[in-house]
Each structure stands twice: as structure tokens, then as C-alpha cells.
Write a protein that binds this ligand. Sequence first.
Ligand SMILES: [Zn+2]
Ligand SMILES: [Zn+2]
Length: 411
Amino acid sequence: MKTSPKTYHWLFDKKRTRVFYKQKDYVDYCIMITLCFFLLHISYSIHNPVGFLGSIICAYMLVMFPIRHGVNLSAPILIRRPLESVKSVLYRIVNIKSTWVLAIVLMLSDNCFIFLTPNLPHNSQLMRYVALSLFYIHLVYISLYRTLILFRHLQKIPHIQEVLEQSVYSKQTSTIKSTTSEIIFAYLTGLLTHIITLTPWYMTINLLYFSLISAPVTLFLSCLIHQHFYKTKSDWYYRDHWLSHHIEFDFVYLHGNHHDTIPSGLIGVAGNGFLEGFLRHTLGHPTTFLNPVAAFFIHNRTVKSDINNHQYIPGVYPFVTTLETTHHSVHHYGNLAPYGLGLILTEKIHFTNCPEKEKSRIRKLPKAYTEALKLDESISGYCRNNTKFKQYKELVLKFEPKSAESNRPVG
Ligand SMILES: [Zn+2]
Ligand SMILES: [Zn+2]
């Protein structure tokens, strides 16, 4: 593993660090939402219920920004430093890993096979129908889960208010005016992020072809590519996420939405903001270009675990599931580091309640993924026994003692 900070922290310009949206971002925010609106219409169209729903949420976001942050009309970054957006894409291209290239090669090979053998029964239309069905099953399944979490949150408003007031969150933000409205805002942020993050997959299904004949081979190779992605995921994510917090354009246009809510699982998708989801799944994640059946299972697992792993308000469904095994909670309670996945999954092997099946799954995963936190410890200077993490653990111990207890190591 390369562990020099220079490899991960290089920039063409000086750093402009950001963690929260500010009043002065409103014009940029409006441009960003307009871009989201166009993206929704290019991919889904206005006549598609998903595109229509996404557009309504975009309008809601434009109204909510002034209410939550206020407005200070200043020249947008796109006019002040237009090259920042170009550099942002360049950084992402440089950060591309071999698994992304392999996924593109696999998808193009399948399309060449169909094009060169038109007389074979590829059943491309049937494959597209299956892929689209899987796309909608995934979106509906996750949205129902997100809606269930919304109702459980709405049933516990005084509890959520109390938890947030006792956490460092209340000292860092002045955006909370009504807990109910913040819960709904987090839900709609998660829903819109999900809809936009899936646009590359939806466009791939509609613009490219998949052969039924080669499906067993592409499915097998897709699983291999996905497994291999685990080896480089931590490395790729660290750099991508670090950029999102140290380039102002990246924070305001890509990542900011992910930090603009209460720290709840309601926002979970894949750790990204609206347009960041599109960019990452076009120029980072290989999933978009894999066999649609593989993509379906990967998206289901990724989004559901991202929702569960972002529940940092203890005592509320889906409850805290990753107290000692990820330090990403610290990032959502206002600390910049850890920039990486923050995982220390190998700790789980020593937990009292960890099933044998889970232990063997963790042992099979690459260390670069299961011990991703070590990357932060070596290059961002993150210390795992920091005050914010201790405060968060105390919060869980107070409001969800069962989870705090089951996350304890044996002995
Ligand atoms: Zn972040
Ligand atoms: Zn996150």
C-alpha cells in the first residue's frame, strides 16, 4: 500500500477546506440543483415517474436552502474559478483504478460480440427488460426501506431532539430549527441522492446492449471485478473524498449535500452527494458497467449497508450497527478525518455476538478494506482514541446501551 500523504493530498492549486454549506453558496447551490434537474431529464425524462419525482425534490431543495442557511448573493465559483470544475474531473480520471477499466472492457466486449454476431439469439431486448425490472425493483425496495426509517424517525422526534442536543452536532450547526422538518429534509436528500446516483446505471441499461448468450460469462467476470475492487476501494475512496473536502467546487457542487443533514441513515446511498453520485458511478465505481444481475445485487448491498452505517443517532431504527467497526461517525459529527472508509472490521471478529459466518466473511476480505482506518492513521494523522469518538461512544452507551454492549470485544 502506498502511504505517502503526497500521493493522496496533491493539488494543482491551494487547498480550500470545507465541511458545511454557507449562506454565500446559494448561487452555486442553485446552479448545482439546475444541473441535477438537467441530468434527471437527460437520463429519465420528464415523463418518467422517477425523473418527475427527482425534479420535484430539486425544487424543494432550492426552497429549503435559504430557510436553513440564509442567503448571501455572491459570484459563483463557476465564474470566479471556472477551471476548478475541469481540474475536479481531471483528478477523478487520474484516480481511476484498474477495475473500472476492466468493467468498461467487459461491457464493450459484450456489445462488440452482439454487433459482430447479429444472427445469434442474443435476446438483447429481453435482457434490457430484465435489467430495467431489476433497476426498478432495487429503487422501490430501497425507497420502501428508507420510508420505513422515516416513519420510525417521525415517531421519535423528542428522542432525536434530545440526542442531537447532547451531541457535538448541536454546537457545530445552527441549521436545526424544526426536528420534524430536518428529518423530512434528510429523507428527501437520501431519496434524491439515490435517484441521481442511479442515473449512470439507468443510461447504461438503455443505451447499451447485454447478450443472453454471454450472460453466464459476464456475470462470473463481473463478480471477479467486484471482488477485486475491494482491494483498491479504500485507496480510491480516500483520495476522492479528500478532494471533496479540500476543493471548494467539489464540496459545494458534489459532496456538500452528504453533510447538509442530521447524522441519520435516511441519507445513505454510497457516501456521496447528488452530483457526486453521478460522477463516482461514471468515473470511479465499476458497478454501472457490470452484468445487470451483478449490478443489482451490488447496488442493493451497497445502498442498504450505507443506510445502516450512517445511523449515528442512537436509539432510533435502524439503530447503531457499526459502533467500533467504523469511525465514519466522527466525520459526520464534524471532524474532517477519517477521509477513508474508516473501517476496522477485523475488530468485529472479537465481538461477543459476531456469528462464525460473518467472521469467515471478514477474514476473506482484503486487509486494505477491512482495516481501511490504518490508511487514515498513517497519512491524515487520525487517532482512533480521539475525543469526538469517545463522546460518540458515550452517546450510544446512554441512548442505545444494547448496541454499545454487543459491540464490546470478548473479555
Ligand atoms: Zn465527507
Ligand atoms: Zn458519510
